[in-house]
Design a protein around this ligand. Structure first.
Ligand SMILES: Nc1ncnc2c1ncn2[C@@H]1O[C@H](COP(=O)(O)OP(=O)(O)OP(=O)(O)O)[C@@H](O)[C@H]1O
Length: 622
């Protein structure tokens, strides 16, 4: 079955119907942001825009004078030099217009660039201060993605639209004053004729924006499905299992859902747009008939008539610009609210608390419990254990038992929801997470494969020592990552396929580099979360040897499904459904004949010298 079709349009997300006051506050905040990005270019842009806005009326008026003078000249009432003087003014206005728009464009580009840089910087600063928890929350992650994706256009959009709005007001007042001289009804009729079109484009502009916003989640899923087909990492698995058609079908289902929503909007917009154009044409027709009657009665000049004809287009364009500007600002402010919401997310201050100094000698978990935010299930319950310097503690348990979560608590990426973690007998929460983390080094199950040089891949765990050549070499040796010497530029070789000239490594080689990264940091607690999953038998053996040597004056925590690794630990705890069900040494746990012994036995049977085990473990072939 093809699952997850795009959801129907939902009610506006919270905040979208916020009050005018809130929008004004957002507007002010946006303008402050723009101003801070580049005061000089903001000022230059605003000034040139406003000056340009007065030019249409000046052009209309000079055009009218010129036409009237030409009409007089035809009847011998005006001189050539008077005509030339008016032409001169018209040309000067043209030159001024070009000059203003050149400066305006240049300052807009530079302002846009500064703004994009400063807002992106704020987003990156914010993202670096957010807790791991925020990244695991889909709503926060959506906010981050949207803020990052549209940073290039939205903030500048608000600023330019606001300036255009002020400019449009200047144009409208000045052109309107010229047209009002032709009869009191002219301007109201022309203004009225502009409204239907503007109303339609405003209504559907907002709807369109909302549609895109509502689609954010589904668009992310669709993008993800597309990325599965284009990923170099997954291509082998996708080809072998041949599920491209399934992915394509799901991808297309999302597209069709979006398409239906788009068609619905376009259909309604076209119908309303047609009706609006009709109403507008009728009103302009009426105004034209009235002005022609005044012309027939000799009440207006040729120049006045030109003001009317050219003024209609000017007023309609300006009113449309004005009201579209309002709806554009509204739409961009919705984006800005999303950005401000993101920027206002509480930081997790990793530096808050007392500074932890010296090595960690003991770790004690006391009745520790944990539940992930926005979930309703405890994934750890009443966890108790103590581990001391020089000891290795292994945590075993089936998938989902809570092993990695326990490590996340120990490393202060998350805080327990109940119970306490004591370090050297003191409550860990007293100390700043950052200072405690400095005493810990880790290799995660899903460790990073950084598309950087081999040296950076090792030294990222302590970047201040990036140039510490003996240190990097020592870590590489300990992790058995000697293969780096055979790379074309040794430690300086760029790794990964993302950038030109990068060398791709095997899974095991990446894992050895991640181990080297762990060793490079001089820490008193070492955490190994499935450290040997991708390693060959020799590398696994070497890793375990190195681990034992390292463990002597440190605390070692080890998560592994491999009992050959686990058995080396001094103490083993068995987690089941978030609770410790057994603990003790390998020998003691085997003797106990409980859960651990059963799991160990199960794995040992995998090495049984008969093919009986394999064949009996396979389901019958269809
Ligand atoms: N970010 C998260 N938000 C909500 N629930 C989570 C999150 N991460 C893990 N869980 C849930 O917490 C439970 C424990 O997960 P954890 O990753 O700690 O298991 P594990 O023992 O390390 O498993 P494995 O052996 O597969 O690595 C699982 O039920 C998992 O679904």
């Amino acid at each position: 079955m093809i699952s997850s079709p795009p959801r129907p349009l939902r009610p506006p997300p919270p905040g979208e119907s916020a009050s005018l006051g809130k929008r004004s506050a957002d507007l002010l905040q946006t303008l402050r942001l723009v101003w801070a990005a580049s005061p000089r270019h903001s000022l230059l842009y605003a000034l040139t825009s406003l000056l340009s806005s007065g030019l249409p009326a000046a052009n209309l008026y000079i055009g009218k004078l010129l036409l009237d003078e030409v009409a007089r000249a035809v009847q011998g009432g005006a001189t050539y030099s008077a005509l030339l003087a008016l032409l001169g003014i018209q040309v000067a206005l043209g030159v001024l217009g070009t000059l203003l728009s050149t400066v305006q464009n240049a300052s807009q580009q530079l302002l846009g660039d500064s703004l994009q840089h400063s807002v992106t910087r704020r987003i990156l600063d914010k993202a670096s201060g957010l807790s791991v928890e925020s990244f695991e929350n889909a709503e926060t992650y959506d906010k981050l993605q949207q803020a990052y994706r549209e940073v290039g256009t939205r903030p500048l959009g608000v600023a330019t639209q606001l300036v255009s709005l002020a400019g449009a007001a200047v144009t409208l007042i000045s052109v309107g004053a010229l047209m009002a001289r032709l009869g009191f009804w002219v301007l109201p009729l022309v203004l009225l004729a502009s409204l239907p079109g503007v109303w339609v484009s405003n209504k559907f502009g907002v709807e369109n924006y909302r549609m895109l916003r509502w689609q954010t989640h589904d668009a992310r899923v669709q993008n993800y499905l597309g990325s599965l087909i284009t990923s170099d990492q997954l291509v082998k698995e996708v080809r072998l299992f041949g599920f491209e058609p399934y992915l394509l079908r799901r991808w297309r289902d999302y597209y069709l859902g979006f398409r239906r929503q788009l068609e619905d909007i376009i259909r309604r917009r076209s119908a309303w747009g047609f009706a609006a154009s009709l109403a507008s044409a009728l009103l302009i027709g009426l105004a034209s008939a009235l002005i022609l009657r005044r012309a027939a009665n000799g009440q207006i000049t040729v120049g006045d008539f030109s003001v009317f004809v050219l003024g209609i287009a000017q007023v309609q364009g300006t009113v449309a610009g004005l009201l579209n500007g309002v709806s554009g600002i509204y739409q961009n402010l919705l984006y800005m609210r999303n950005l401000f919401d993101f920027l206002e997310l509480p930081d997790r201050d990793l530096g808050a608390g007392e500074e932890w100094r010296g090595p960690i000698e003991t770790i004690e978990f006391r009745e520790v419990g944990f539940r992930y935010p926005l979930t309703d299930r405890d994934v750890l319950r009443g966890v108790n254990f103590t581990v001391r310097r020089g000891e290795a503690l292994a945590i075993v348990g089936e998938n989902g038992a809570g092993k990695t979560t326990l490590v996340k608590l120990l490393t202060r990426l998350f805080e327990p929801t109940s119970g306490q973690i004591l370090l050297n007998g003191q409550d860990a929460t007293r100390f700043s997470p950052r200072s405690v983390q400095r005493e810990m080094s880790i290799i995660f199950q899903d460790f990073g494969q950084y598309q950087m040089s081999a040296r950076e891949n090792v030294a990222l765990s302590e970047v201040s020592r990036l140039e510490d050549a003996p240190g990097v070499q020592g870590a590489v040796d300990r992790a058995g990552a000697a293969f780096v010497e055979t790379l074309p530029e040794g430690l300086e070789t760029p790794l990964g396929r993302l950038f030109q000239g990068g060398r791709q490594l095997s899974g095991g080689q990446w894992q050895r580099l991640a181990l080297a990264r762990l060793y490079f940091r001089d820490a008193s607690v070492l955490v190994f979360d499935e450290p040997t999953a991708a390693l060959d038998a020799r590398a696994e053996f070497e890793t375990m040897e190195a681990l034992r040597a390292q463990a002597r004056d440190r605390i070692t925590l080890l998560i592994s499904h491999r009992f050959s690794t686990v058995r080396l630990a001094d103490q083993i705890i068995v987690l089941e459904g978030g609770k410790i069900v057994e603990s003790g040494s390998h020998a003691a746990l085997l003797a106990q004949g409980g859960r651990y012994a059963a799991l160990y036995e199960l794995q040992a049977r995998g090495y049984a010298p008969t093919d009986e085990v394999i064949s009996s473990a396979q389901p019958a072939r269809r």
